[in-house]
Design a protein around this ligand. Structure first.
Ligand SMILES: Nc1ncnc2c1ncn2[C@@H]1O[C@H](COP(=O)(O)OP(=O)(O)O)[C@@H](O)[C@H]1O
Ligand SMILES: [Mg+2]
Length: 360
């Protein structure tokens, strides 16, 4: 019997469009001999639509949108209960990024309906979305990172001056001001002085009730993909480099384009060290399935973990599949297959723990 795979895409986050691209690539990679493939489109308003059995490949992301004949429901609970047939083999691939996608909310829902799903669970997803909690855990496990502090909005509102003094005393300039739960660099600013910090703090509080302020580091940022459950493995590191900006006819700078370099230019011993660190970061956050770990490496090869992304971009040109291709020749389709296997293994493991307790 074929497995039914439901690929969730779109969603209410600012990363709606990226999600559609990731989902298209996943949908196209799935073997139709093995799977019944169902895209489930979530509108920007949060309405869920089952687009029905997808027999062919997606040629345009617009196909992943709602038509008048799609099943729709305003109640997620009602929608989900009607989708999954108890006696069939089902799995869900939440190809969703950012808020309501990789922050544990969807994962909680999927736990409740008791269907295996790809990737991180509630705990790691939620922790990975909160930069302060994530860094507090890194600190507990001595994972190297830049100095940071956090401020809650009510504290700042009570005494702004005190908040700025805290930043200057604990971190100093230049520093980065970020909403605690940001993604895609939204609301993030680098600041050099009091005037700029006032503006940046105000902006960051537009996105969250908690902000994080970090010491600036001059370094290259490495990206590593970690895949696995109990015994996760790290890919080689990759990095983006800015192609030299050039002058146009009016002698103005034109933005350079970011190009991926894989493997990143690192000494072998530094490469080994960042790969080990990526696995450690994955483990301490209780990650399952996959994550992308971003690590700063300075000119004198000091390393500082920046963050863990629990549902990284997954288009065919995203860093994650490119990194695995460069590491051991894994193809995109093989990577998707591996993530599905890991999801079933983890689901069975959780079920067997539950069953062994029930027998006693
Ligand atoms: N402390 C820092 N020092 C130097 N650069 C930073 C620092 N924090 C963030 N950056 C830069 O800003 C980018 C976005 O910050 P990041 O924390 O990764 O946010 P997001 O979750 O939006 O990806 C990073 O990729 C890096 O280039
Ligand atoms: Mg980042």
């Amino acid at each position: 019997m074929k497995t039914n795979i439901y690929v969730l895409c779109g969603g209410r986050s600012v990363e709606h469009e990226v999600s559609l691209k990731s989902a298209s690539a996943i949908l196209n990679a799935l073997d139709r001999e093995k799977y019944n493939v169902y895209p489930i489109f979530i509108t920007k308003e949060g309405i869920w639509c089952n687009l029905g059995l997808l027999e062919h490949k997606i040629e345009n992301v617009k196909q992943l949108q709602r038509t008048s004949t799609n099943t729709i429901s305003n109640s997620i609970g009602e929608f989900l209960t009607n989708q999954f047939k108890q006696d069939e083999r089902n799995i869900i691939f939440p190809a969703l990024h950012g808020k309501n996608g990789e922050d544990g909310t969807i994962q909680g829902l999927l736990e409740l309906i008791d269907v295996p799903y790809v990737g991180n669970e509630v705990l790691s997803s939620a922790v990975g979305m909160d930069k302060v909690v994530m860094k507090d855990i890194f600190k507990k496990y001595s994972i190297p990172q830049v100095k940071y502090t956090h401020i809650k909005r009510n504290i700042w509102e009570e005494n702004e001056e005190l908040a700025y003094e805290q930043i200057e005393k604990e971190i100093g300039y230049p520093c980065y001001v970020k909403p605690a739960n940001s993604g895609s660099s939204v609301g993030i600013n680098k600041v050099d002085n009091r005037e700029q910090v006032i503006k940046a703090v105000k902006e960051a509080f537009l996105y969250d009730v908690k902000i994080i302020v970090e010491q600036e580091i001059t370094a290259r940022e490495m990206q590593l993909s970690v895949v696995g459950n109990e015994h996760p493995k790290s890919s080689v590191a990759g990095e983006f480099i800015l192609e030299r900006p050039f002058f146009d006819y009016n002698a103005k700078y034109i933005d350079g384009t970011l190009i991926p370099v894989v493997p990143a230019r690192l000494k072998p011993e530094v490469s080994d060290k960042v790969r080990e660190m990526a696995v450690k970061a994955f483990k301490v956050l209780n990650c399952y399935g996959l994550a992308r770990v971003d690590i700063f490496v300075t000119d004198n090869d000091e390393i500082y973990v920046n963050e863990v992304n629990t549902m990284p971009g997954f288009t065919s040109v995203s860093m994650t599949p490119v990194l695995w291709g460069a590491t051991d020749g894994t193809t995109y389709a093989e990577l998707v297959e591996r993530l599905i296997d890991l999801a079933f293994n983890r689901y069975d493991q959780k079920k067997s723990i539950l069953n062994s307790r029930c027998i006693k």
